[in-house]
Design a binder for this molecule. Structure first.
Ligand code: S3P
Length: 430
């Protein structure tokens, strides 16, 4: 059976670098993701004054991060294509009281920032939009005196980026914060801050969760990190998809099995795949293991919606292309957030699937997709979005596909070895 080791988890990599940059000592981070987004965060942490020494290995980056006291204001933080970098950096700056200007590429400039800026302003941070409200570039002003205000936030939509920005602001300035979410977004920030000694807690409440920081008598010093970053389940999902559409089993090694990230496996099981786990362990407060996924004779359709969406939001492009190769009609609902990712993913999925001959209905918050075993042929585009490019890369590598991808090249935002690994999975023989 082919075995793939996915790149280091992108979400955990961003958090590890940002937290290491403000910790109370030197951190050692191994197997960080090596996509362009993680490099954006390395650049941000360096601009904030920390020293980040990197060694690039064949499957990821090892880094030693030496923090230094940030000045009152730094220059431009270029977040590239990375929404997580921009939103978490806003929380970090607000908590440190450091001024900076934040900007990103054309895609990131089109994404909503108010969801982070408003709660941070409510805490007392001074943040201005330079142009259009709700968009980058923004300027964070230095906070010379005074503390932030405590905040209890109840966002309408669950977002780990919003939650993380508020937690970072609260922890770095030592003010209590609480975020109550309607669904369970990824909880890496809570786990990592707690592992560094900060009194951060998370509890599940109904279908959602509450994350809270209460300083109490905590010293305010974050213990440095010594971490091996687990593999990225969102990158791994594409390799599993490629194996399934080709009727092959696959092993995914050293992957994050965090329950707020592994929702895709449950859907694959509903589609008929058999999933098992080996080598289960905890590393740096995160569950890690090997996933073994075996294909069914034919994939079945699925119906997805409600609070499950938060736990597999980044896997929806992959699930949508698998739906096109399954038996029956699949539906995705309650996923309007997909419209404000690196591209409008609902629109790009509908457009591309239609172009190659799949029957699709676009909904405001999702898609209906008719599975087919007919030949799929035509030209697709990625819309500059790494996950759209990888999803159609998987479909193009399935049997009875004659799909041409225009302007390939953005997979490297999260998964630089994507095309190499895809070839290995689809050409592998026992
Ligand atoms: C991420 C959170 C999710 C996800 C994104 C990474 C993170 O976004 O889609 O790819 O690392 O916190 P939201 O927080 O906007 O849901």
């Amino acid at each position: 059976m082919i075995a793939v080791r996915p790149p280091g988890d992108k979400s955990i990599s961003h958090r590890a670098l940002l937290i290491a940059g403000v910790a109370d000592g030197v951190s050692t981070l191994r197997h960080l993701g090596d996509g362009a987004d993680v490099w954006s965060t390395i650049g941000v942490v360096r601009t904030l004054g920390a020293t980040v020494d990197v060694v690039e290995g064949p499957t990821g980056i090892d880094a030693t991060v030496t923090p230094s006291v940030a000045p009152d204001a730094v220059g431009l933080l270029d977040c590239g294509n990375s929404g997580t970098t921009a939103r978490l950096a806003l929380g970090l700056l607000a908590g440190l009281g450091v001024g900076a200007r934040l900007d990103g590429d054309g895609s990131l400039r089109g994404r909503p920032m108010r969801r982070v800026v408003y709660p941070l302003q409510a805490m007392g941070a001074r943040i201005d939009h330079e142009g259009e409200a709700d968009r980058l570039p923004v300027t964070v002003h230095p906070r010379a005196t005074g503390a932030l205000r405590t905040l209890r936030h109840r966002p309408r939509v669950a977002s780990a980026q919003v939650k993380s920005a508020i937690l970072l602001a609260g922890v770095l300035d030592g003010v209590a914060v609480e975020v109550r979410e309607p669904a369970r977004s990824r909880d890496h920030t809570e786990r990592m801050l707690a592992a560094c000694g900060a009194p951060v807690e998370r509890r599940e409440e109904g279908e959602g969760a509450v994350a809270a920081f209460e300083p109490g008598s905590w010293s305010g010093a974050l213990r440095p990190l010594d971490l091996e970053i687990p593999g990225d389940p969102s990158s791994a999902a594409f390799m599993i998809g490629a194996a399934l559409v080709n009727g092959r089993p696959i092993r995914i090694e050293a992957v994050s099995d965090n329950p707020t990230r592994n929702g895709v496996l449950e859907v694959l099981e509903e589609m008929g795949a058999a999933v098992s786990r080996e080598n289960e362990t905890i590393s740096g407060g995160e569950p890690v293991c090997t996933w073994i996924v075996e294909p069914p004779d034919r994939l079945r359709s699925f119906d997805l919606g409600g609070t499950r969406i938060a736990g597999l939001i980044d896997e929806l492009p992959l699930l949508a292309v698998l739906a096109a190769r399954s038996v029956g009609r699949s539906s995705i609902r309650d996923a309007a957030e997909l419209r404000v990712k690196e591209s409008d993913r609902i629109a790009w999925l509908a457009r591309n699937l239609t172009r190659i001959g799949v029957t699709v209905t676009e909904r405001p918050d999702g898609l209906d997709i008719e599975g087919t075993s007919a030949r799929l042929a035509g030209r697709v585009e990625s819309g500059g979005d790494h996950r759209i490019e990888m999803a159609f890369g998987v479909l193009a590598a399935a049997p009875a596909s004659d799909i041409e991808q225009e302007g390939r090249g953005c997979a490297a935002v999260s998964y630089p070895r994507f095309w190499e690994d895809l070839r290995a999975v689809t050409t592998w023989t026992e």
